[in-house]
Structure formats: structure tokens, C-alpha cells
Design a protein around this ligand. Structure first.
Ligand code: GDD
Ligand code: MG
Length: 363
């Protein structure tokens, strides 16, 4: 079985972190998001993955190479962004012949793809969409499902209050090769806006409801949720990389990941739901909770980080507080005593010496 992964989006809602790396390579515990997806596909019986790349293609090619987790990886590169439908049509020659899987690369889920494929074959439609329930369907593609499992309506980003149900498109599909006839050639196209509504009208679109782990990585809170989902899978609770040093007077609450060469000072309290990447330095008396610290970040003594993300080599001096969905760009420097809260994002290499307490981007 082959799978195509849509991995070329810009990750606009995760800027500035996505300015320097594609979101598929954002770290979660001891591996980036994409590794988790590829492992799940390999376990599900997929042998070849076609990686549809555009934005930051080089970074993905360099990281994944030609094979990983027993999967062959082929890259389909776009000259310009083709949306969510165009890349599927572009890869036609690589996929034609039998049903294949398509996945949004920014989704994390433990769905059993074998069951999804069996269900697709049993229903005999042109496409089967995996569906998951959420509390706010307006951020996604929402569907109306009939008693036979047929999607009778597919509405992408429905207006609040007008959602057909709380079941949404999980971004995981099985397509029959007939799908190619529904996608326009040689231009960007949206599978959600241009293809699914047509298939729904023709009664050839099915939905496969599943109740496992699921989140996509759209906004910082989603990323923190994905982190929580993956860390909760660690049987050992706290996973430590090689050469990680935790002071005996520090405390780590599971689930948590502390990467190779990272250091945590005395009286610091780390976790739960925290990824500390390699070579991060955490001083003494710090509090870090429900957060992700990219490689090489530094947290000075008595600082706290809660529900926030620190970019690569970002530095917090002492007594700094970073909270509530805030993003600190790579290589930025937050000076002594500064508080940053309420969804603030700080651009890379920025120096901040005064507190920022309301949602905005600091350029
Ligand atoms: N190759 C390529 N080229 N990939 C792209 C492009 C492109 O031009 N544009 C977007 N993608 C990839 C993104 O990298 C992502 O993995 C996937 O396509 C979906 O794009 P998003 O921009 O993340 O869409 P969304 O999250 O707003 O909505 C989609 O996902 C939801 C579930 O997470 C839709 O499919 C919704 O219907 C769905 O509910
Ligand atoms: Mg998305």
C-alpha cells in the first residue's frame, strides 16, 4: 500500500517557529512529528510514502532521506504551492492502479489505517474520510453522515453555529484511483472545497468514524496538545536522553522528555507534559510545565515557562516568566525579570527587556 503525505504547507499560524523549519519537523518528545506519522504508517502495512513537498522541501528531504522505518520515501516537489488537491493529481503516475492513503502531514493520530482501508473497500466509494469528533468544528472540515456511513454534506471551515455536526475531517483518507478524474490538472486545488462536496453530491463519499488519539498542529495550543498526546505514550513516564543531567534536588513530573545533553538545576520543577530538547540548559529554582523547549534553549535561574514554546537557542535570563500560548522565536533574548503572556509571539533574534502582557507579535 502507498501513502501520500501532504507536507508542503506554510504553517502560518505557528510563525515564527515555522519560519525556520516545516511544522512536520517540530520536535515532540524524542522525535519530530513526521517520525511518529511514518512509524504509524509502517506499522499499518504501508511500504512506500510519497512526500508532497513545497515550503522548506530541502529540510524535509535532508532529515528523512530515501528510507525510514522500513518505508521507501519518494519526494514529489511542487514548483509552486498546489494546495491540498493539486499535489495528489501531480503524483498520479506514482499512485495509479489501486486504492491509496492520503494524509495531512500536520496531523497526529494513532488511527489503525488497516481498518480504514478495509472499511473503504467494504463501502466501495471513491473516497473514505476518517472522522473524529471535536468541540469546535468551525476550524476544520465538518460533515453530515447518514446511517449507511455516507457523507451527505462536507463543509470546509463552516461558520460557527452552522456546522453540520461535530464530526470533522481528520485529514486522513483512502482514495480510489477514480479520484484523479475529480481533481483539476496543473493548478492549485483544494480537495476539501472542490472535490469532497462534489463526491458527497454524487453519493460516493464515505466517512469512517474513529475515537483514538487525534489532533492537528494548527495553532500553538494544538502543538502543546500533540506534545501531551505523544508524551502520554511513554511507558517509563519520564524519558531521558543520553548524558542528560538532572540535579538530585530537582523534580521531574511525568510525562516528560529530557533530551541528550540537557541540564536541569537544583530545586527546579519540570513537567508534566514537557519536552526539553537536546542541550537545553535550565537553571535552578525554575518551573516548567506543559511546554516545549527547542534544542539549545536556556532558561535562567528562577524563571518559569507554562503552556509556551521556546525556539532554538532562545535565552531567558533570570526571573523571566513566559506563559499562555506564547512563542519565543529562535535566538531571542528575554532579559531579567520580564513577563511574556497571553499568546505573545516574539520574532527570532529579538531582544526583549520590558514585559509584554497582551496578544501581539513583537517584530
Ligand atoms: N504539498 C503541499 N502543497 N502541501 C500542502 C499545501 C501545498 O500547497 N498546502 C497545505 N499543505 C498541507 C499542509 O502542510 C498540511 O499538512 C495539510 O496540507 C493541510 O493543510 P492545513 O493548512 O494544515 O489545513 P487545515 O488544518 O486548515 O485544514 C485541513 O486539515 C483539517 C484537519 O487537520 C482540512 O483538510 C480540514 O478539512 C481538516 O479538518
Ligand atoms: Mg492543519
Amino acid at each position: 500500500m502507498k501513502a501520500l503525505v501532504l507536507a508542503g504547507g506554510f504553517g502560518t499560524r505557528l510563525r515564527p517557529l515555522s519560519c525556520t523549519r516545516p511544522k512536520m519537523l517540530f520536535p515532540i518528545g524524542d522525535q519530530p512529528l513526521m517520525d511518529w506519522t511514518l512509524k504509524n504508517l509502517s506499522q499499518g502495512g504501508v511500504d512506500t510514502v510519497i512526500m508532497a513537498v513545497n515550503y522548506m522541501a530541502e529540510a524535509l528531504v535532508r532529515y528523512l532521506g530515501p528510507t525510514k522505518f522500513d518505508l521507501g520515501i519518494i519526494y514529489s516537489r511542487e514548483q509552486r504551492p498546489l494546495g491540498t488537491g493539486g499535489p495528489i493529481k501531480k503524483a498520479r503516475e506514482l499512485l495509479d492502479g489501486e486504492p491509496f492513503l492520503v494524509l495531512n502531514g500536520d496531523v497526529i493520530s494513532d488511527i489503525d489505517v488497516r481498518r480504514l482501508i478495509e472499511y473503504h473497500k467494504a463501502k466501495g466509494g471513491i473516497a473514505t474520510v476518517a472522522l473524529t469528533p471535536v468541540s469546535d468544528p468551525s476550524r476544520y472540515g465538518a460533515v453530515e453522515l447518514d446511517w449507511e456511513g455516507r457523507i451527505t454534506r462536507f463543509v470546509e471551515k463552516p461558520e460557527k453555529g452552522l456546522e453540520p455536526s461535530n464530526l470533522i475531517n481528520a485529514g486522513i483518507y483512502v482514495f480510489d484511483p477514480k479520484i484523479f478524474d475529480y481533481i483539476p490538472d496543473g493548478r492549485a486545488a483544494s480537495i476539501e472545497r472542490e472535490v469532497f462536496p462534489v463526491l458527497a453530491n454524487e453519493r460516493k463519499l464515505y466517512g469512517f468514524e474513529f475515537h483514538g488519539l487525534w489532533t492537528d498542529m494548527g495553532i500553538p495550543d494544538d502543538y502543546l496538545k500533540a506534545n501531551q498526546i505523544i508524551l502520554s505514550k511513554y511507558e517509563e513516564g519520564v524519558r531521558m536522553g543520553e548524558g542528560a543531567k538532572v540535579d538530585p534536588a530537582a523534580k521531574i513530573l511525568a510525562p516528560c522528555y529530557i533530551g541528550p545533553g540537557a541540564e536541569v538545576g537544583a530545586d527546579s520543577l519540570i513537567g508534566p507534559n514537557t519536552t526539553i530538547c537536546d542541550h537545553v540548559l535550565v537553571g535552578k529554582g525554575c518551573r516548567i510545565e506543559n511546554s516545549i523547549l527547542f534544542p539549545g534553549a536556556t532558561v535562567g535561574d528562577y524563571s518559569s515557562v507554562k503552556n509556551a514554546i521556546l525556539g532554538e537557542n532562545a535565552i531567558l535570563e533570570r526571573w523571566v516568566k513566559v506563559e499562555s500560548g506564547s512563542l519565543i522565536g529562535d535566538y531571542s533574548m528575554i532579559r531579567d525579570g520580564v513577563t511574556i503572556t497571553d499568546g505573545v509571539s516574539i520574532c527570532p533574534s529579538k531582544e526583549v527587556s520590558e514585559s509584554i502582557l497582551e496578544r501581539r507579535q513583537v517584530m
